[in-house]
Write a protein that binds this ligand. Structure first.
Ligand code: SF4
Length: 202
C-alpha cells in the first residue's frame, strides 16, 4: 500500500504549531495562528515580515494601516491585493510573534523561515515581480545589508525585485527623510506592478 500524499504546503503551514510554547510565554499568551495567503501562479510576491495583531485576529495579511500604506505604494485596491491570483504573501514568520517591551512586534521566529520558507516559495512559483519588505526578508533573499541602501539602489534589481521599507507607521519619519522614495521609486514600482497584473513580464 502506498503512503497517503502529504497535504499541500499551505495546508501544512496552516496546521503548524511549532511556536506554541514561545507564543504562550509572550505578554499576549496567544496561540499560533498561521496567516497563509499564497497560491500557485500569483503575479506578485510580497515577501514580508510577520502578521501583526490585527492580521492575527482577522486571518488576512496586511489587514491594518500598514496594509493601507502598502496598497497605496503598489497602486492597487484592496480587492486586487487580496486576490491570491494576483498577490502571494509569504512572510518570514507566518504567525503574529507577540509584542516586545516597547510595544513593537517581536521579530519573526527564525524557525519559521527555516521550516517553511523554501517550500512556500517553491509552491508560489516565480512571480514576475517580488517585493522584499523590511530587513528580515531582504537579508534572507539577498544576504546581509542595510535597508536604506537597498531601497535607495532600487534600480539595480528593478523591475523584478523591489526592496521596500516596512510600511508601518513607525517608518513615517524614514519616509519624510527620504523624499526620493515617493517621488522616484513608487511611480516606477507602480508601473512594474501594473505590467505584472496585465500579464506581461517586465
Ligand atoms: S510562526 Fe511559523 S513555525 Fe511558528 S507556529 Fe507559526 S507557522 Fe509554525
Amino acid at each position: 500500500m502506498t503512503a497517503p500524499a502529504a497535504p499541500p504546503v499551505p495546508a501544512q503551514i496552516s496546521a503548524c504549531r511549532i511556536c506554541a510554547d514561545r507564543f504562550a510565554a509572550t505578554k499576549t499568551a496567544h496561540d499560533p495562528q498561521p496567516v497563509v495567503w499564497f497560491d500557485r501562479g500569483a503575479r506578485i510576491l510580497v515577501a514580508s515580515q510577520a502578521p501583526g495583531m490585527r492580521a492575527h485576529l482577522s486571518g488576512k495579511p496586511f489587514d491594518d494601516p500598514s496594509g493601507v500604506r502598502l496598497r497605496d505604494w503598489m497602486g492597487v485596491d484592496a480587492a486586487t491585493f487580496w486576490d491570491r491570483r494576483n498577490v502571494a504573501i509569504v512572510p518570514m514568520g507566518f504567525c503574529f510573534p507577540g509584542y516586545d517591551a516597547a510595544g513593537g512586534d517581536i521579530p519573526p521566529p527564525r524557525i519559521c523561515a527555516r521550516t517553511w520558507r523554501r517550500a512556500a516559495l517553491d509552491h508560489a512559483g516565480e512571480p514576475p515581480v517580488t517585493l522584499l519588505i523590511g530587513g528580515y526578508a531582504q537579508d534572507w533573499h539577498l544576504g546581509k545589508g542595510r535597508v536604506t541602501d537597498r531601497v535607495r539602489d532600487w534600480r539595480a534589481l528593478a523591475p523584478r525585485i523591489w526592496c521596500l521599507p516596512h510600511p508601518s507607521w513607525r517608518n513615517t519619519a524614514w519616509l519624510k527623510k527620504h523624499p526620493w522614495f515617493e517621488a522616484e521609486t513608487l511611480p516606477a514600482l507602480r508601473e512594474a506592478i501594473r505590467d505584472a497584473l496585465k500579464g506581461s513580464t517586465p
